[in-house]
Each structure stands twice: as structure tokens, then as C-alpha cells.
Write a protein that binds this ligand. Structure first.
Ligand code: SF4
Length: 353
């Protein structure tokens, strides 16, 4: 069957056809991605009121694309105390956040109790706040550092108050690219297995893909299809988030930045290929707010949130360090012709703005 016929019929797309999707023009892709988006959500665009916290930037790993960890290009190591973290959450709580999104570097000096204590103390003081924390890369690091199985780590996370897992650390699953950009970090199979185990506990998570560096389009399709296969098995992913590689202050030395067109194609292809993952997020911290708003026309139905403060992408050049004010965020979505819907971390609708 021809690719267009399959798209017209809404049939599942395989690997080779997935690669061909990139050869279609942007508006043809938009037609099918937007159709699917409209069937699911009409003009609704989801966001949440959240606070990102990055408690330490001291890292045992040396990913070439990373500008966040303390190293020669970013010689400012820090580790927040529990009290400092609680103060941040307390202040953000007064402003009405519903979620804290906590991602750290792999700090081998902080101790397991420091990591778990963050969640326990936040849950104790702010039981109404959803804790989204620990990427599969962090879970892998902590399990190996402290001689625990992934199952033991996951049980400990749940006991400590972690509600859901963010999608970070996936980067690109292709083993050769992975070896080059983040050697020694969680392997693709381990990343997928940790999410599988998390889903088997009845918990939800997200999945990312870092692109626009040394990978090729085929690698992106392969990445998405590995996620789709796991989602067929567990149904535990809420959202897929393509992250644009940020090129400043790191060791990857990529000169060409991904174009707006390539980003929009990738969003549209994700919506078409990932027929079993409900939400596609345009994460404005890496794409810019303007492009994220345009991505709503290309299959994205989620714009993340107000963020408040963000250290990982902004260290590499993204303009996301101070988040965005709620009123401005809502007005921008409305002005772009969509309906801003505030959601909780599990995509329950809280308020149509
Ligand atoms: S991406 Fe994460 S694991 Fe890799 S060096 Fe940076 S902080 Fe460490």
C-alpha cells in the first residue's frame, strides 16, 4: 500500500515508511498530524503549572552534549541542601504550582539518602504536590552506585513519594550514536526496561528524544518505534517529548542548528507514528515559545508548563532560565487560536482558561 493511502486510512506506519515520512513536505505531514490531533483533543492545548528543580550539577558521567554538569566549560558545582529545596517548593507552592519536576546530575558524593530525602520531605510537607522525579538514567546510576536492582530502586522511589517519572536520559536509542554522545550512561535497553518496570507498578512516565546533533533521521524513527513497541506492551507512557539539542557550552561541537522545519516535521511524524502515546509535547524550553506555539498546528497538544526556573537547557543556550508567567502563557495559547487547558501531571483536566 502506498504511504499516502496508509496515512489516509490511518494505518500503522513501519520503519521504512517512517523514514519516508521525512521526505513528504511539511504541509502534507501537518494535514495528517493535525487530523489526528483534532480527533483526540480538538483545539485544546494542555499545560501545567510546575516548577523545575535541578538539585545538583555534579556528575559522574560525561555526556558530550551536556552543558549542565560541572566541568571545564561550566565550573560552578552546586548541591542544594534539603532545606534549600524545601524553601523553593514552599515559595512555588504559594504561587499555586501543582507539580515539581526534579532532575539532577549523577552525583556520587551526595548519597542515596540525600536523593530519596528530597522526595520524602517534599511529600511530607506538601502532600498535594505531584513529584515527577528521577530519569531512568538517574535510576540506573543510583542502582549501580548503591548495589540495588532496578526493582529495588523503583520500590524505594515509590516509598519515598515519587509519583511519576520524567522522560529524560533517553537521548537517542541507536547504540552507535549513544556510544559517541553519552558513553557509559544508561543503555537503551536499560532505559526501556526501567520504564517497563515502572509501568508494571501501575505508574506513568514520559519519554524524550534528543535530536538535531549527530544522529540521522533514521535514528529518530528507530527511537520512536522502540518507544511504540514498549507502549504496546505496557501503555504507561503519557507523553512523548522531542528535545532539540542545544549547542552552547558542551563538547559535541555541532555547528548546524536544527531548522524550524525539521522540528515541525519531527513533531508531526511523532504524532503519526506514535499512535499509542496520547500526548505529543512541544517543549518550549528547547524549541522557543514561538515555535512551540506553531507546533500546535503540526500535532503537538501539550506545551509543558510555566517551568519557573530551568537550569539544564538554559546552560546550553536555551532561553528558558526564568520560565514564563502564567497570564502570558495563557494569552499566547489563546492568541494562537487554541484553548489553554490546565492539566495535572497525569493529564486530568483542571481548568479551561
Ligand atoms: S546529561 Fe546528565 S548524566 Fe550526562 S553529564 Fe549531563 S548531568 Fe551528567
Amino acid at each position: 500500500m502506498e504511504l499516502i493511502e496508509k496515512l489516509e486510512a490511518g494505518e500503522r506506519i513501519g520503519y521504512e515508511e517512517g523514514v519516508w515520512l521525512y521526505d513528504l513536505d511539511l504541509f502534507t505531514l501537518a494535514k495528517y498530524a493535525d487530523k489526528r490531533r483534532k480527533e483526540l483533543y480538538g483545539k485544546k492545548s494542555f499545560f501545567n503549572i510546575n516548577r523545575h528543580i535541578n538539585p545538583t550539577n555534579i556528575c559522574k558521567d560525561i555526556c558530550k552534549f551536556c552543558a549542565f554538569s560541572a566541568n571545564r566549560k561550566n565550573p560552578n558545582p552546586y548541591t542544594l541542601s534539603h532545606d534549600e529545596i524545601l524553601k523553593i517548593v514552599e515559595e512555588a507552592s504559594k504561587r499555586g504550582i501543582k507539580e515539581v519536576h526534579i532532575v539532577s546530575a549523577h552525583n556520587d558524593k551526595a548519597g542515596l539518602e540525600w536523593y530519596m530525602g528530597i522526595f520524602k520531605k517534599i511529600k511530607e510537607r506538601f502532600p498535594h504536590i505531584h513529584i515527577k522525579a528521577l530519569t531512568a538514567a538517574e535510576v540506573n546510576f543510583l542502582a549501580k552506585e548503591y548495589g540495588l536492582s532496578f526493582e529495588e530502586m523503583i520500590d524505594m522511589m515509590i516509598q519515598s513519594g515519587v509519583d511519576s517519572m520524567p522522560g529524560g536520559g533517553a537521548e537517542i536509542f541507536d547504540e552507535e550514536v549513544r556510544e559517541y554522545i553519552c558513553k557509559g550512561k544508561v543503555s537503551s535497553d536499560e532505559w526501556l526496561h526501567i520504564h517497563r518496570l515502572w509501568h508494571q507498578k501501575g505508574r506513568k512516565s514520559n519519554a524524550t528524544m534528543l535530536f538535531g546533533h549527530v544522529e540521522r533521521r533514521e535514528h529518530r524513527i528507530d527511537h520512536m518505534l522502540r518507544l511504540r513497541a514498549l507502549q504496546d506492551e505496557t501503555g504507561g507512557f503519557n507523553c512523548f517529548i522531542p528535545l532539540i539539542y542545544q549547542r552552547e557550552n558542551n563538547y559535541l561541537n555541532v555547528q548546524e542548528f536544527v531548522t524550524g522545519q525539521e522540528y515541525l516535521k519531527t513533531i508531526a511524524i511523532a504524532r503519526i507514528l506514535l499512535d499509542n502515546i496520547p500526548h505529543i509535547k512541544a517543549y518550549w524550553a528547547t524549541s522557543t515559545l514561538g515555535l512551540a506555539l506553531v507546533a500546535q498546528e503540526f500535532g503537538a497538544d501539550d506545551l509543558d508548563g510555566t517551568i519557573e526556573r530551568e537550569a539544564i537547557q538554559s546552560a546550553a543556550g536555551a532561553k528558558s532560565r526564568y520560565g514564563v508567567a502564567l497570564e502570558e502563557f495563557v494569552a499566547l495559547i489563546k492568541d494562537s487560536g487554541f484553548v489553554p487547558v490546565e492539566r495535572d501531571s497525569l493529564y486530568n483536566e483542571l481548568k479551561v482558561w
